[in-house]
Design a protein around this ligand. Structure first.
Ligand SMILES: O=P(O)(O)OC[C@H]1O[C@H](O)[C@H](O)[C@@H](O)[C@@H]1O
Length: 286
């Protein structure tokens, strides 16, 4: 398995949050990519063992942030630049009276971002680690004197013991676009969505709670509660695409599922000085 604890990284590259009861989180400042969330000692995030940590390429796994664009982008790299920029640690891990840990990282425009996307902005990403939960809040500030538009998404790679026992609840009745087959939107008929091939589906207008369940050892049941993320992308590259990606374990598709909270179908428009807040909270229900 990939290095998923703080000891494998130069100290200045990662932010380690630890409650001391088997609950911890590890964020890499490259892309503000959360690369580990352990709940009672169980790792819930998938990180490819072949992920490249060169502070250039996006980290393959954890929770990369897509901003200011989800998907192919004519102005710059796929999924935007937030996942490949170095973020700044604004508030180092701080414990409150309940024992919860808070940390804040930020990203602001610079010459490189403005060459692609000519706007001034500030992103503030706040993590709060509780006993069974991790809340991640992204606030986008328009610090420019003109309006800007964007799409954004938290690209969570969940770790599961066995994809064949994994389901996602909460998507029934929603329309989705299937990016693999193309064509018309389809209505999801299943209460429990199981993934048995290459999936790349964008579910629209989802309720704010979905639940990922997986048996095997260890079993997992994780509630994903969102705010201002109306879309859910379900992605698994499966065997052929996994092999095609240089930074994805050949067999890794059997041990992961991406359930991505997004604001991707309808972009956000922010007037000068305005801000937009969105969040997702993982809660282990076991
Ligand atoms: O390889 P990446 O740029 O990290 O993208 C990985 C995947 O991200 C999302 O899930 C998209 O819906 C997929 O179309 C894409 O293949």
């Amino acid at each position: 398995m990939a290095k998923q604890d703080a000891s494998g990284f130069p100290a200045g590259d990662v932010v380690f949050m630890e409650r001391g009861d088997g609950n911890s989180a590890l964020l890499h400042l490259h892309g503000a990519t959360l690369i580990s969330w352990k709940c009672h000692g169980v790792e819930n995030l998938f990180l490819s063992s072949t992920s490249v940590f060169d502070n250039k390429k996006a980290i393959r796994g954890g929770v990369p942030i897509a901003f200011p664009n989800f998907g192919p982008w004519p102005l710059g790299p796929q999924h935007g630049f937030a996942r490949i920029k170095r973020w700044t640690l604004a508030v180092p891990p701080t414990k409150d009276a309940k024992g919860d840990i808070l940390a804040v990282v930020t990203l602001e425009d610079d010459e490189e971002t403005k060459a692609m996307w000519d706007y001034k902005f500030k992103l503030v990403y706040t993590l709060v680690l509780s006993e069974k939960s991790l809340m991640s809040t992204l606030v986008v500030h328009n610090t420019d004197t003109k309006s800007l538009g964007f799409t954004t998404l938290l690209h969570t790679y969940f770790r599961v013991a066995d994809i064949n026992t994994t389901t996602v609840h909460g998507l029934k009745g929603l329309k989705y676009t299937d990016k693999i087959t193309g064509g018309q939107d389809v209505v999801e008929a299943r209460d429990l969505v199981a993934v048995d091939r290459n999936y790349d589906r964008v579910y629209k207008d989802a309720p704010n709670v979905t639940v990922l369940s997986s048996s095997g050892e260890p079993a997992r049941k994780i509630e994903i509660k969102t705010f201002n993320f109306p879309d859910v992308v379900v992605w698994n590259p499966w065997d052929v695409k996994a092999k095609e990606m240089g930074d994805f374990d050949d067999e890794g598709y059997k041990e992961m599922l991406c359930v991505e909270a997004g604001k991707v179908v309808n972009p956000v428009t922010l007037t000068a000085g305005a801000q937009f807040e969105c969040s997702q909270t993982f809660t282990s229900m076991l």
